[in-house]
Design a protein around this ligand. Structure first.
Ligand code: 5AD
Ligand code: SF4
Length: 441
């Protein structure tokens, strides 16, 4: 490519898409593109998409529709769809929205240079195979760009669990784990560029089983202990976990590894054993509760976060009340809750659906309870001192914003620290989604 072209990339969905988008930007840069924040300036627009619920997919099609006029004005504008919608719908996307030039699934991002050549020659391209080569051998962070002080690092991708409602095993494929040496190299590179906190990502991150430095299979707990040795890396987190892979060594690490932060996202989805069985979760509500107790024994102050689905086919009022009961017992500090959305190709999609009104009513009741718990957890911070990693300057003069050990956003006025500093902060006030504090001097 002789002249510079501009790339606009918009990311939907989970943190893995955020990580993938950063890597895609690096590939585009190596192929002569400059990132831009404005679709109007772009020569290439890429939507990195999500397919987890129907709403997520519909949003993408309406966004694509908005680019019709841009494409009319600029005949050489190329439009791409990446991510899980691309994987799930492939060529159908171009049939439904002919302005799309390229469709690329998450397992083929490393083939982007070849795909860009095809598209540059005026042809359309659909790349959604699961190739035999490992994409991570070609698709790793180069960290030439500034990525802030807290970063994501994908260590595991895909899922072999096949929960009956979930598209992930089909869009992200079978579980693969990256070798420890690759992860340490990427983490080291991040730390050299100023990163102080890394969140290890995987659809089933605690099922991590990469090749260790000694050539033997390494667990997530062992990987965390290896990363804890990296000088300059101060905080480690991981997400998302499945209860069945919450092993003893990982629970122990929460008690003993000072760099592993006291926050755990552990989805349960439902509190009813009947529904958990129909969801193919392979655990009961009691098993989940026992885990929570063990984790709290290891790290009493840990903040627990969860995912919930209400209105699963055949969920009765009694099943739903089991979920409310479990939530009351756990006391979540953070949560994500959704109405069940039938996804084509998943086993649960075959079954009857509940009335939308029932789903809405249950979601409302669950969210009221969860929101009370979140408020209580935030209020309990007032009067405490917590360590905060300062990530950026705030909107007000002299204000800085960071994250507590428990992943809460913290705003501090009259704060003249450098970005990347970790400092103790006394919490003076709490809102549902943020805390306010002052520097301990
Ligand atoms: N409908 C509603 N929520 C879903 N999730 C996954 N699949 C579906 C679905 N079909 C939720 C689960 C999961 C989170 C990422 O999204 O709670 O943990
Ligand atoms: Fe989906 Fe998570 Fe179940 Fe895997 S474990 S199928 S990603 S909900």
């Amino acid at each position: 490519m002789n002249k510079k072209e501009y790339l606009y990339i918009k990311t939907y969905g989970c943190q893995m898409n955020v990580y993938d988008s950063e890597r895609m930007v690096e590939v585009f840069e190596q192929n002569g593109y400059i990132p831009t924040d404005s679709p109007e300036n772009a020569d290439m627009i890429v939507l990195n998409t999500c397919h987890i619920r129907e709403k997520a997919a519909e949003k993408i099609y309406s966004e694509l529709g908005r680019y019709k006029n841009l494409k009319k004005k600029k005949s050489n504008l190329k439009i791409g769809v990446a991510g899980c919608l691309a994987q799930a719908e492939g060529e159908e996307i171009i049939r439904r929205q002919p302005l799309v030039d390229l469709v690329v699934g998450p397992q083929t991002y490393h083939q982007l240079p070849a795909i860009l050549k095809t598209v540059g020659n005026g042809q359309k391209s659909v790349a959604i195979d699961f190739p035999v080569e490992n994409k991570f051998d070609y698709f790793k962070a180069t960290r030439k760009r500034h990525h802030g002080v807290a970063a994501f690092l994908t260590v595991q991708e895909g899922c072999d669990k096949f929960c009956s409602f979930c598209v992930v095993p089909y869009t992200r494929g079978a579980e693969i784990s990256r070798p420890v040496s690759d992860i340490l190299a990427e983490a080291g590179e991040m730390v050299r560029h100023g990163v102080r906190e890394i969140t290890l990502l995987g659809q089933n991150v605690n099922a991590y089983h990469g090749v260790g430095l000694d050539g033997k299979i390494c667990s997530l707990a062992k990987l965390i202990w290896e990363l804890a040795k990296v000088n300059g890396l101060e905080r480690i987190r991981y997400t998302t976990s499945h209860p069945n892979d919450m092993t003893d060594d990982l629970i122990e690490a929460h008690g003993e590894c000072g760099k592993l932060m006291p926050y755990l996202h552990l989805p349960v989805q439902s509190g009813s054993n009947k529904i958990l069985k129909q969801m193919n979760r392979q655990h009961t509500a009691d098993m989940y509760m026992r885990l929570i107790q063990d984790i709290r024994k290891a790290r009493p102050d840990i903040l627990i976060s969860g995912d919930f689905i209400v209105g699963f086919p055949e969920e009765t009022e009694a099943d739903f009340e089991d979920t409310l009961r479990l939530v009351k017992e756990v006391e979540y500090g953070q949560s994500y809750s959704f109405k069940y959305s039938a996804r084509a190709g998943t086993p649960a999609a075959e079954r009857d659906l509940l009335d939308e009104d029932i789903k809405n009513e249950r979601l409302h009741r669950l969210q009221s309870l969860l929101s009370c718990q979140q408020k209580a957890s935030q209020n309990a911070m007032v009067g405490n001192t917590v360590n905060v990693l300062f990530e950026r300057f705030g909107r007000q003069e002299g204000q800085m914003v960071g994250k507590s050990d428990y992943l809460q956003a913290v705003h501090v006025a009259d704060c003249d620290l450098t970005v990347g500093t970790i400092a103790p902060v006394s919490i003076v006030a709490a809102k549902t989604n943020s805390l306010t504090g002052s520097l301990n001097v």
